[in-house]
Design a protein around this ligand. Structure first.
Ligand code: GLY
Length: 362
């Protein structure tokens, strides 16, 4: 079978790229050996918080800000076209300091940032605004931040792409190689060919043999995420502490994430992971000790050696395009990645970020 664009990976990135390409009239096939969103995406709390995740100016902060700016329109269009609900709220983040040193750091961060509103709350103000909080040394509120339900978003993106003619093919991709005027993709169910192949396979992309250049050296970084039923005072913002973050969902439950573990391709939930997250959650919200345990999810984030995304055309294989290595920010960066990859494939428009984030940097 030959298609114009073959996307390897049906996570939040692969389905976002399929959505944007099909919107521009490009026929796509998405290949994955899991259901859409069945990899790292299903264990994501869907945080949209570039000013917390990127601690310094650089390509990650730039892309995060660009992607956050696309989010309102992206969600409006996807939910309208899919006819599906996607929980998406810009309720801000509250970074909580538990000691004076961290408080001083956060205050300095808040004061130095000119491009976005950030408000420092002293301990009394933090407690009275957020009664569920335990004692703190103060907190920095960033109202622009938010979250999106990552599994719902990915399902909606897959639905929209399907409506527009994309097909989803269940297979494991083993090898990618150049053919004459096309790219050949050897899968567990046979050979596929395409004019462009977008590699968005997450950490598993590093296992794919890429003839000539080799796959980007991505490593899996395990994240465990707790889901708990909350019975305390309502929580109206995302709470971000030194060892965990807490996302309040509209059904009153909380997501508590996430461990950061270098344990290879091990997708087990562990007692240590659950205990560490519960301890960290209780440091911020003492009432978490009496919460109902609902579930634990586990995902493998795809991380490059410099923890930055791998984006843009491959330097060796014509037609191969990278969209991987999003590490902690796949959900945040999905809209901007989809736009940049579609701009390249459809219009040959090369975003300046490709100069820094290309696969050839390794
Ligand atoms: N974006 C948060 C995480 O990866 O845990």
């Amino acid at each position: 079978m030959s298609v114009p664009v073959l996307i390897v990976g049906a996570g939040v990135i692969g389905t976002a790229v399929a959505c944007e390409l099909t919107r521009r009239g490009v026929v796509c096939t998405v290949v994955d050996n899991r259901d859409p969103g069945g990899g790292a995406t299903q264990a994501s709390a869907g945080m949209l918080a570039p000013y917390v995740e990127a601690h310094e100016s650089g390509p990650l902060l730039d892309l995060g800000i660009r992607s956050l700016a696309l989010y309102d329109d992206w969600i409006a269009r996807i939910t309208r076209d899919a006819g599906l609900e996607v929980e998406y709220r810009r309720i801000g983040t509250l970074e909580v300091a538990l000691d004076a040193h961290h408080a001083a750091e956060l205050r300095a961060t808040g004061a130095s940032e000119r491009a976005v509103t950030r408000t420092w709350l002293d301990p009394a103000a933090a407690r009275s605004s957020y009664p569920a909080l335990g004692s703190s040394a103060g907190a920095l509120f960033t109202p622009a931040h938010g979250y999106v339900a990552a599994r719902q978003l990915t399902a909606a993106q897959a639905a929209v792409a399907t409506q527009r003619g994309a097909t989803f093919h269940r297979a494991r991709v083993e090898r990618i190689e150049s053919g004459r005027d096309h790219v050949r993709v050897l899968t567990s169910t046979g050979m596929l060919t395409a004019t462009h192949v977008v590699l968005a396979a997450g950490a598993w992309g590093s296992d794919i043999e890429i003839a000539g250049s080799g796959a980007p050296p991505l490593r899996p970084v395990r994240g465990q995420l707790l889901h708990i039923g909350w019975h305390g005072p309502p929580i109206e913002t995302i709470i971000w502490g030194p060892e965990c973050y807490i996302v309040p969902r509209t059904d009153g439950s909380l997501l508590v994430g996430a461990t950061v573990e270098e344990v290879g391709f091990d997708e087990r939930a562990t007692c240590a992971g659950v205990r560490d997250l519960l301890d960290a959650a209780c440091d911020l919200l003492p009432g978490a000790w009496g919460a109902t345990f609902v579930a634990v999810y586990v995902g493998l984030r795809p991380a490059a050696p410099d923890n930055l995304p791998v984006l843009g055309p491959d330097g060796h294989m014509p037609g191969l395009v990278h969209a991987s290595g999003h590490y902690r920010n796949g959900v945040l960066l999905a809209p901007v990645t989809a736009h940049l990859i579609a701009d390249w494939i459809v219009e040959r428009k090369r975003d300046p970020s490709f100069d820094v984030l290309n696969a050839g940097r390794f």
